[in-house]
Design a protein around this ligand. Structure first.
Ligand code: NAD
Ligand code: MG
Length: 399
């Protein structure tokens, strides 16, 4: 790589954050950590600071800042910053080349957008940001010239299967002009794919978080169990690849070996395959357009066994259908869905609602929200807030 890249990792203590640091450590000549952020795991953040000496570490409150400073060595070179503005500052700073957006949920929107507005190379893991604000997010990237690279394994796979000219126009490439008929978004079906449908309702947080193929944060793990994760990814794909409804399809592929596919006009289908390890898409984005080592071994086809495929069962995964419907109903619907789901999943993880009630909370919010246009950030944030309020209300009714 020509010049050492300065990298900010938003959500450095999380699952994606840790995998990103793993790649950076393998290529310390090419990448230097500029800033890291964390919300709760302050000891973990201190360990990262000791190991990588980033210039800044951002925490949410002055209590956490005091705690972090206690853990840091007296001669630490890392300056501790506090709060939401600091998150934006380390995303947009002139010295920064690359921002890994790996905060989970709506909390990631503002700093990710700050990186987009500043025209950075943005490695997008935080799918909720795009689901909340797709249209204005893509518009902002086009205006600033920010380079969006998808980290989500499916979207990274799709990106890799696109012609180079389309890769250069994330968010605006015309699929038909590139000879593409359809994008095939694959998903494993999560841990409950084969459970008797009547047993779904009372599944516990721990069983929902036991994903058969991937190790991930708890929120996305629950989303995988409901398959709302695939629904959020469907919306994410719509924005990143500028899809029409007939150009986007979900296929269940339980082994998670194929990470998604692109079907061309002439009958060719191009797929990206690999081990289910997020270091592959992260390394792809960090190195792009070069290929760099990720520590992930290549597939051993003699050991793979069968690859199977099936259509999604919308009775088992009602949230997936809901997300697909929201995708084509407009921005307010997907913003509301994302907000309602974040509340419902947090309440489920805290064992205040049942697994089977997550979809009910989302559905209820969507039926009660007014779907006015959302072309400005303030409108998006207002829908988000209103939806959270209604979702919390619904949780209280269900209790
Ligand atoms: P995680 O829960 O492991 O980590 C989340 C990170 O965000 C942590 O560093 C945490 O400190 C930070 N954070 C949480 N709440 C915050 C708040 N309110 N303000 C600021 N920071 C906050 O999550 P993850 O699995 O690493 O996922 C991160 C994002 O990447 C999510 O949007 C997820 O959908 C997406 N993603 C994850 C995977 C995966 O394999 N883990 C795959 C694809 C996409
Ligand atoms: Mg994914």
């Amino acid at each position: 790589m020509a010049k050492q890249q300065q990298v900010t990792v938003l959500g450095a203590t999380g699952s994606i954050g840790q995998s990103t640091l793993d790649i950076i450590a393998r290529h310390s000549d090419d990448f230097r950590l500029y800033a890291v952020t964390a919300f709760q795991q302050i000891q973990g953040l201190a360990d990262i600071c000791q190991r990588f000496s980033p210039r800044y570490a951002v925490v949410p409150s002055s209590d956490k800042a005091a705690q972090l400073k206690q853990y840091l060595a007296v001669d630490s070179l890392t300056e501790v910053l506090v709060g939401a503005d600091a998150l934006k500052q380390v995303s947009a700073a002139a010295e920064v080349d690359v921002v890994m957006a790996a905060i989970v949920g709506a909390a990631g929107l503002a700093p990710t957008l700050a990186a987009v507005h500043a025209g950075k190379r943005v490695l997008l893991a935080n799918k909720e940001a795009l689901v909340m604000s797709g249209e204005l997010f893509i518009r902002a990237a086009q205006q600033s010239g920010a380079e969006l690279l998808p980290v989500d394994s499916e979207h990274n796979a799709i990106f890799q299967c696109l012609p180079e000219t389309a890769q250069k126009q994330v968010g605006s490439a015309d699929l038909t002009e590139h000879g593409i008929d359809k994008i095939l978004l694959t998903g494993s079906g999560g841990p409950f794919r084969q459970l008797p449908i009547n047993d779904l309702y009372h599944q516990t947080p721990d069983s929902a978080c036991k994903h058969p193929n991937w190790s991930m944060g708890r929120k996305i793990s629950v989303d995988s169990a409901t398959m709302l994760n695939k629904g959020l990814e469907y919306i994410e794909a719509r924005w990143l690849f500028n899809c029409q409804q007939q150009q986007l399809e979900v296929i269940v592929h339980p082994q998670s070996v194929i990470h998604s596919m692109v079907q061309y006009r002439d009958g060719s289908v191009i797929a990206q395959l690999g081990e289910p390890d997020m270091r592959t898409p992260i390394a792809h984005c960090l190195g792009y357009p070069e290929r760099i080592r990720s520590g992930v071994k290549g597939l051993d086809f003699s050991q793979l066994g069968q690859l199977t495929f099936e259509a999604p069962d919308f009775q088992r995964y009602p949230s997936l259908q809901l997300a697909i419907d929201c995708c084509w109903a407009g921005q307010a619907a997907t913003t509301a869905l994302n907000a309602a789901n974040e509340v419902a999943v947090a309440e489920f993880l805290a064992e205040r609602i049942a697994f089977g009630q997550i979809a009910n909370v989302c559905d209820h919010v969507l039926q009660h929200i007014s779907l006015h246009p959302c072309t400005e950030l303030e409108q998006v944030l207002a829908v988000d807030e209103d939806s959270r309020r209604r979702a919390n209300q619904r949780v209280r009714e269900l209790a």
